[in-house]
Ligand binder design. Structure first.
Ligand SMILES: *Cc1c(COP(=O)(O)O)cnc(C)c1O
Length: 394
């Protein structure tokens, strides 16, 4: 029996054709497909600009650089995220600190953020950038984070790696209504894919230009921005030190094709989540909340083993599910507990809500092409486990 993964891509005939068309064309990189994909995503989100790159990690890096993060600066994110949300600040020579999550939403707690800002102001070490993460696809409380950004003078990058297709109020995540830059990931487990790939949206033309330069060696061909006289049609200038973080034409064409089904897939994820909500309610699990006033993209469906209601541990439930062919996973090991961060200032620091959540969480299969039969099997296995089925004796 094939393993049912926790997440996977959905590829159509149209996707195959879009990729084949590029392979037969003149451009495999730096052609028309990347700007087209950038326009499609920026328009979808209601942002003025989109800058496509080879991963969300690269997008986070150039977003931090574009906002001027450097040595001596501090960036804050949450422990409950993938390491890339924190690493991007280290790449810039800055240091990282964390804000704990709200145990209900599993997103950055605005209350913890405010308390930490007050203390940091008193000590004169306010963050330059705060990076909230829309965990599992559910938008953070961006209005409050945006208000705090005004009050304390920091910049905001939304790590929306989980959240393309989500909305907050009547705006799509990526509109940057309360932030400077929003970053998306198109890794195959995310909502739509370009194999590897990422994209940053912004309302600022200046930030978009900075990120365009940084993704391609710091080079510009825009005569208006050159510092010396144009020397001919071949001429370009390197204005800054940049990288090769470019997305290929093949990836962009796949992304544009995938984006056509984005809303349909988010709707399918909601039907799957609603069925889990209904079918798991009687089990000793803490089910995820979805907040009013926002629409989650539902990248993940995470349950927590409720220690008040069962003697089974998370490890026992996890192992029993893996043994039954279900590719459950754990999101996330709190970043501050990673050896690298322990060696870089995070010893003796605790973020209790992130740590308590980590001890209990299991990500169940959640992707647009998950069949009803496979989902029913996941539910039946969980029922069996908690009924004392043979795979999980206490
Ligand atoms: C996947 C992910 C990233 C990194 O995305 P890549 O495209 O693989 O670089 C960053 N942050 C979060 C929260 C993620 O889930």
């Amino acid at each position: 029996m094939a393993l049912i993964p926790y997440g996977r891509q959905t590829i159509s005939e149209e996707d195959l054709q879009a990729v084949a068309t590029v392979l037969k064309s003149d451009f495999l990189t730096q052609g028309p497909e990347v700007p087209k994909f950038e326009r499609v995503i920026a328009d979808y989100c209601g942002a003025a600009h989109g800058v496509a790159v080879n991963s969300a990690t690269s997008a986070l890096h150039i977003a931090c650089l574009a906002l001027g993060l450097g040595e001596g600066d501090v960036a804050w994110t949450v422990p409950n995220t993938f390491v890339a949300s924190a690493n991007c600040a280290i790449y810039c020579g800055a240091s990282v600190d964390f804000v704990d999550i709200d145990p209900l939403t599993l997103n950055m707690s605005p209350k913890s953020l405010e308390e930490k800002l007050k203390a940091a102001k008193a000590e004169g070490r306010l963050p330059k950038i705060v990076i909230p993460v829309h965990f599992a696809g559910m938008p953070c409380d961006m209005a409050r984070i945006g208000t705090l950004a005004q009050e304390y003078g920091f910049r905001v990058i939304e790590d929306a790696s989980h959240a393309i297709g989500a909305s907050y109020g009547n705006r799509k995540v990526g509109s940057c209504q309360h932030s400077d830059i929003t970053v998306f990931s198109f890794h195959p487990v995310k909502i739509i894919t370009t194999a590897e790939g990422g994209l940053a949206t912004t309302q600022s033309e200046e930030l978009a230009k900075r990120m365009q330069d940084l993704r391609s060696h710091g080079i510009t061909r825009d005569a208006a921005r050159m510092t010396k006289a144009d020397e001919g049609p071949w001429y370009y200038e390197q204005l800054d030190i940049g990288f090769n973080y470019r997305m290929t034409e093949i990836q962009a064409a796949l992304g544009t094709s995938q984006a056509a089904r984005l809303d349909e897939w988010v709707a399918r994820r909601h039907r799957i989540a609603n069925a889990y909500d209904r079918k798991l309610v009687h089990l000793p699990l803490i089910l995820p909340v979805r907040e009013n006033g926002s629409l989650s993209a539902l990248h993940l469906y995470v349950v927590q083993v409720d220690e008040m209601k069962t003697k089974l541990t998370r490890r026992q439930v996890f192992d029993a599910m893996r043994n039954a062919g279900i590719g459950v996973n754990v999101h996330y090991i709190p970043v501050h507990t990673q050896p690298y961060y322990q060696e870089n200032g995070m010893t003796g620091v605790s973020f209790p809500a992130s740590e308590a959540y980590y001890d209990r969480c299991i990500s169940l299969p959640m992707f647009a092409s998950l069949s009803d039969d496979d989902q029913d099997y996941v539910v039946a296995v969980l029922e069996d486990i908690f009924a004392g089925g043979k795979d999980a004796r206490v």
